[in-house]
Design a protein around this ligand. Structure first.
Ligand code: SAH
Length: 358
């Protein structure tokens, strides 16, 4: 759905009173009515106009998979031009319902360990295509009187290479006529597009920022994240400092644990030195298996050791619990290729065991 102002002017231009747009927004966002046919307040000529000119959803769900424990639902959406993206709903047992959205079709960052990076980049998503991923889950949840509590921009793509549309989508999520979400319940994750970090800090002081760091030195980072040759660590950390000065908010550094690559004890010490004095949290991510050859996750003992070194060096640290691994819905596993293979859905009962931070 587009911004309320856009829909109002669209109607007005076509001789339909603009208050009809407010009725649509009330039905859609407050009552969760996801189809014009079910909106009782609208006369049929208005319904017809809207159906042909202002589709409720700019994306069409094609396949739904639910994890065995019921905590995670992944949806494959088709876009108007036939491209495909995925979005994931994670239901945590502390009551959070977090939607992970994609910001691009494919990704051009080519991080060595990420399944999305193996896809070629196709195009940026529009703000409507991004916000509609959330809207879709919101209308689903409404049926059981639940709602989306958090949104993370951690699906396919690099949000800061699609800054304008990502920013508009955040405005749509926060719009009180639309999803009315709080800034603090939204998190944008970037692999480190330095100039946009400051821009983001100035534009969205309350929205959370996560940075995919994954390495304590340029030497290691260059090996796994090509973007680091463009923006070396020194510049990245400087931008992160500026972010905390502007926003006074803690920054989250994501750190995926890769066997033999970035998980040694000396890496943990190096990381502690790099981040000393910065208002931050390190979120260690156990690697989710992909089909990428030569990349393996670290053993639990290594992760524990790494964590305790950071901890004893006064760096705040958590270990992320990933949901939805059995349906390839966890971090870095979103990699639907350009074809639709409709397998049987994997529906399970709703039982929530895991909890964790996303
Ligand atoms: N491009 C943005 C948004 C993606 S967020 C970014 O890089 O931040 C997805 C997060 O999951 C990133 O931190 C990414 O590096 C990480 N990730 C990628 N592949 C993964 C995998 N297989 N297991 C665990 N985390 C992974």
């Amino acid at each position: 759905m587009r911004f309320l102002g856009d829909v109002r002017s669209r109607l007005e231009k076509n001789g339909i009173p603009s208050y009809r747009a407010n009725q649509v927004f009330k039905d859609l966002f407050e009552k969760g009515i996801g189809s014009y046919d079910d909106m009782k307040t609208l006369p049929s000529n208005v319904k017809d106009f809207l159906k042909n000119n202002v589709p409720i959803f700019s994306i069409v769900p094609k396949k739904e998979s639910t994890s065995k424990d019921g905590s995670t639902k992944k949806i494959l959406f088709e876009l108007n031009d036939g491209e495909l993206i995925e979005a994931v709903l994670m239901k945590f047992d502390d009551g959070r319902n977090t939607v992970c959205v994609s910001s691009q079709v494919g990704c051009m960052m080519n991080c060595k360990f990420c399944a999305t990076g193996q896809l070629s980049f196709k195009r940026n998503l529009t703000y409507e295509e991004i916000a509609d991923q959330v809207l879709y889950f919101a209308t689903l949840l409404k049926k059981t009187k639940e709602y989306v509590t958090h949104v993370v921009y951690m699906g396919m793509g690099e949000p800061f290479l699609n800054y304008t549309e990502v920013a508009k989508s955040i405005d749509m999520l926060r719009d009180d006529a639309a999803l009315n979400m709080g800034s603090r319940s939204i998190t944008v994750s970037t692999c480190g597009i330095v100039p946009e970090i400051k821009r983001f800090a100035e534009q969205f002081k309350q929205v959370n920022l996560a940075v995919s760091l994954h390495a304590p030195s340029d030497e290691v980072r260059n090996e796994i994240m090509p973007i680091s040759t463009k923006y070396p660590l020194e510049e990245l950390i400087e931008a992160c400092k500026t972010y905390t000065e502007i926003t006074h908010r803690r920054i989250t550094f994501e750190y995926v644990m890769l066997d033999g690559v970035n998980d040694k004890e000396r890496h943990a010490y190096q990381l502690a030195v790099l981040l000393r004095g910065l208002l931050c949290l390190v979120n260690i991510i156990p690697y989710n298996e992909t089909s990428i050859k030569g990349i393996k996750g670290s053993q639990k003992s290594k992760i524990d050791k790494f964590r305790s070194i950071l901890d004893s060096n006064h760096i705040q640290v958590t270990v992320r619990v990933s949901l939805g691994k059995d349906i390839d819905a966890a971090c870095g596993q979103l990699a639907r290729k350009n074809k639709l293979s409709i397998n049987s859905n994997n529906h399970g009962g709703r039982k929530q065991k895991d909890s964790g931070k996303v």
